[in-house]
Design a protein around this ligand. Structure first.
Ligand code: PEP
Ligand code: MN
Length: 338
């Protein structure tokens, strides 16, 4: 860390800072300028006491961090792209993956028909919420355990891998019995107790970005998972809250390129929650591929107009089939295999 001392600080007060840096376990290296002095504190910021509290001293102007806070997710600790093995399905590296399925699991007929349709079009992972985080308590909350049972049935029928949301620490074991990938939703993106419990299960995790979460915070959410011994993490960009209301959220495609630059972990884009409009999904998919995304998670429903949640952003079977055909040249151009 770098501690900047205020101009005209007497030597005795500078020495006080130096002594404090040493006391906190760092090696202080002062640089005396004509106007101002800075103290470089050598040591590992992630294992030592943070020096940010030194700003409480009246002679300290500011304290600047040098190291990144998230070491394990960063390319510094793992320069190559990580490939996540989901029970034989490889996500990341050269591979491009498409996950698709309804927003919510609604019935056997709805789920199985969707699973068959998305598989025929090229998806390898079936999505579907059994536990739904709804804004209003009067909206459909998901089928819960029955939804999980249907997801397992769909897996048995089609061989697709399953991704579904874990809403609560109480459900981790139950969801793990049915899911290949645990989805941590936007509303729980900083629910660290839930994140830790999911991490401990050892299952691959799709970590959505929080509604108002900064990229550095999102990376630290992933860091929690790796710090708890699970390195099977995929970041999922799903749009953030901005002043714009034309779209439900603002899909931040720059964040995809940024995470790919900062981290070795795969990035999946959810254009459905991302813009909340079925008519923009295809364009967002193309953009995602160009930004370096490793995959997509797309909401598909047999009859979007009848959906119990997120009807406005779901696409039908024919729309999904066309979408996959349309993005194939983009996937090829990006040098990815699908
Ligand atoms: C969803 O995938 O249906 C969902 C609720 O996602 P998010 O947590 O990103 O809103
Ligand atoms: Mn949804």
């Amino acid at each position: 860390m770098i501690i900047v001392i205020k101009p005209q600080t007497p030597r005795a007060q500078i020495d006080e800072v130096i002594a404090e840096v040493q006391r906190l376990g760092y090696d202080p290296r002062p640089i005396f300028g004509t106007e101002q002095t800075v103290v470089a504190a050598i040591g590992d910021e992630r294992t030592h006491h943070t020096l940010e509290s030194l700003t409480a001293l009246p002679q300290v102007e500011k304290v600047m961090r040098v190291q990144k806070r998230g070491k394990l997710v960063s390319r510094e600790s793992h320069p190559e792209n990580s490939v996540i093995d989901v029970d034989g399905l490889k996500i990341g590296g050269e591979n491009f993956v498409i996950m698709a399925g309804p927003c919510s699991v609604e019935s056997e007929e709805q789920l199985i028909s969707t699973a068959r349709a998305v598989k025929a079009a090229g998806a390898t992972v079936l999505r579907g919420g059994a536990f739904k985080p709804r804004t209003s308590p009067y909206e459909f909350q998901g089928l819960g355990s029955e939804g999980l049972r249907l997801l397992s049935l769909a897996k048995k029928e089609t061989g697709l891998k399953i991704v579904t949301e874990v809403l609560s620490e109480r459900h981790v074991d139950e969801v793990c019995a049915h899911a290949d990938i645990l989805q941590i939703g936007a509303r729980n993106a900083q629910n660290f107790q839930l994140i830790i419990e999911c991490a401990k299960s050892g299952k691959p995790i799709l970590l959505k970005r929080g509604l108002s979460e900064r990229i550095d915070e999102w990376l630290l959410g992933g860091e929690y998972i790796l710090a708890h011994g699970n390195n099977k993490v995929m970041f999922c960009e799903r749009g953030i809250r901005t002043f714009e209301t034309y779209t439900r959220n603002t899909l931040d495609l720059a964040a995809v390129a940024a995470i790919k630059m900062e981290s070795h972990l795969p990035v999946i884009v959810d254009p459905s929650q991302g813009c909340g409009r079925a008519d923009l999904v295809r364009a967002m998919c193309k953009g995602s591929v160009a930004m370096g995304a490793d995959g997509l998670i797309i909401e598909v429903h047999p009859h979007p107009a009848e959906a119990l949640s997120d009807g406005q952003q779901q696409i039908d079977f024919a729309g999904f089939e066309t979408l996959v055909k349309n993005i194939q040249p983009f996937i090829n151009a990006a040098g990815r295999t699908f």
